[in-house]
Every structure is written in C-alpha cells, then in structure tokens.
Design a protein around this ligand. Sequence first.
Ligand code: F2R
Ligand code: MG
Ligand code: MG
Length: 307
Amino acid sequence: MGLDVDKFTGALIGSAVGDALGAPVEGYSRGKVRSVYGEGEEWAMKSGRYTDDTQMMIGVAESLIENRGFNGADMALKFIQNYDERRGYGPGSKEALRRISEGESWEEASKKLFGGNGSYGNGAAMRIAPVGIFYYDDAEVLRAIAYKSSHITHSHVLGKEGAALQAYSIALAVRGQKEDMLSRLKEFVKSEAYKEKITKAEQLLDKGANEGDIIRELGTGEAAFNSVPTAIYSFIRFNSFKDAVTYAVSLGGDTDTIGAMTGAISGAFYGEGAIPKGWIGKLEEGEKGKSYIKRLGEVLYRIKMQL
Ligand code: F2R
Ligand code: MG
Ligand code: MG
C-alpha cells in the first residue's frame, strides 16, 4: 500500500504540537484561553515545551521500536526511565510508575489505583499515537495492544477503551478514512458509554453546535470519556490541522491532552507537511525534542513497511 511516511511523522509531531499548544492553558476556562491566545488567524505558540502526554508517547514509540512490537515490562521501564516530574503527570500514572519502579509487576500495579477500580483518566489515550500508526492495518491487533499498553497505568475498562478508540481514530486517519469515521468508530468500540458519545458527536455535527454545547455534551475533562470524543469531534468538524487543533485547545479544560489527541489524529490524516511551520518551529528541540520525535515516526514507518 502506498502510504506516506509523512502520516506517521505527522501523527507523532502533531501530537507533540497539540500538547505544546495546549500546555500553557491547561485547566483554563474557554474565556481564559482566548485571553491568552487572542483571536488571531494563527495562534503563536508560547514556549513550545511539551508535557507528560508527549513524554509518555515517546516511551510507547521507543518500546515498540526496540521490541518490534509490544513488551509490557519494557514499555513500563521506558516510562520510568523517561519520567520527568516537571512535565506534570496525573496522580494515578505517577502512582502506578512508582509502584512498578519499586518492584511490582506492570500487570498488577495499576489495578491498585482508585480503590481497586483502576484509572479511567485520559493518560493512556494521550500517549497512544505510536500504537495507532504501527497497527493501523489491523483493528483487532490494534485493540489488543492499546488495551495492554494502557494497562501499565490505566486498568479501568473506560481508560483502556478510550485509548483503543483514540488509536483506531488515528489508524483510520492514516488510511484517509474521515468521511465514515464516526460510523466505523461506533462499530469498533465496545463500551456503551463511548457509543453514546459518538452518537452525540454525530448529532452535534449535524446541528452545527456551539462551543458551549461541545463542552457540556462531550466534555473537556481528564476522564478519557470526557476528552477522546471531543478530540475526534474537533478533527472531523474542521478541514485543516491548524483549525482542528486550535478549536480543541480553545474549548479550555484539559487543553494539552485534547490538543495532543486532536493533533495526533489530524497529523495522521493531513501529514506532517500540513502542520503550521510556525508551530513546529517553536516546538522544543533537545535530546528528545522534535527531531527525535520525527525520527521515531520514521523508524516505525520503516519497520512497518519492512524497508
Ligand atoms: N497532571 C496534569 N496536569 C496537572 C498539572 C499540570 C501543571 N501545569 C504542572 O505543570 O504541574 N496533566 C496530565 O494528567 C492528565 C492525565 O492523567 P492520567 O495519567 O490519566 O492520571 P490519573 O490520575 O490516572 O487520571 C486523571 C484523573 O481522572 C480521575 N480518575 C481517573 N480514574 C478514576 C476513578 N477510577 N475514579 C475516580 N476518579 C478517577 C482522577 O481525578 C484522576 O486524577 C492529562 O491531563 C495530562 O496532561
Ligand atoms: Mg500533560
Ligand atoms: Mg492534560
């Protein structure tokens, strides 16, 4: 299949760009986001520094590359080796990684969180882009790997399902399937909670909903079910990387994460070349900065295409 490497690098760089654009306004209201970014045609990225979303996404990619596929113990180790408190991690993820670093197995640690229910936070979905591109051609393998990679920190069924839904959205985007994306996602997803959110997204698209409707009906919070559907909606509603990611961040709430998830889907669909140059230009460089992230996308592509 003649698939461009630009889609693989676009998903990873797009995720990092969305994260960095949303990072300075994470937790802000819609109005406060506007007051920071203004009403300009193309928002100027502030610091370009990415957060835990990208730091963990890098770990997923590194582990898939080194193991030519999923290896739970190694992926957990990558998260621990890359751990950087200053990137701002969710409390559940932090606790799971602490437990694993102290000797618990990656299969057991996450089950202890939130009173034994496990986390349904969006931390597994926000880092899933490498799984979406690497397994773009097999929905059932993608689902299995999304669940397993989530389980390292997020064992609640809704945390895992959110990651699988986000990964499959990226896979469909790599394949250029935007038109019928929502109906395909509804067929794919197993949980009623997510099916209902996708139906809601369809209705909101039909009605030409305003930002308030999206915040209220789809959500902008830290739970996977209040953020993954919003990212998918943002991608489908607009016709460019810039507009989709700007919209996702403009809603406020968990802006770095919904920005990262929208950026991953949009980057996979439009390709790296469609990401505003000013945004990539400002994205942080350094040991594991934008050049490294791009390289991870290229290597995943080469392995996948057996080049
Ligand atoms: N942590 C942050 N942002 C705050 C600090 C950033 C600040 N700017 C800084 O620089 O310091 N963002 C990151 O966390 C989110 C991802 O979180 P993750 O990894 O899913 O963590 P967690 O704790 O597992 O889940 C998030 C929250 O969801 C609720 N929750 C989850 N499962 C629950 C359950 N079973 N029962 C009840 N509540 C549950 C909790 O409130 C969790 O804390 C991203 O935004 C990332 O950017
Ligand atoms: Mg973050
Ligand atoms: Mg966040």
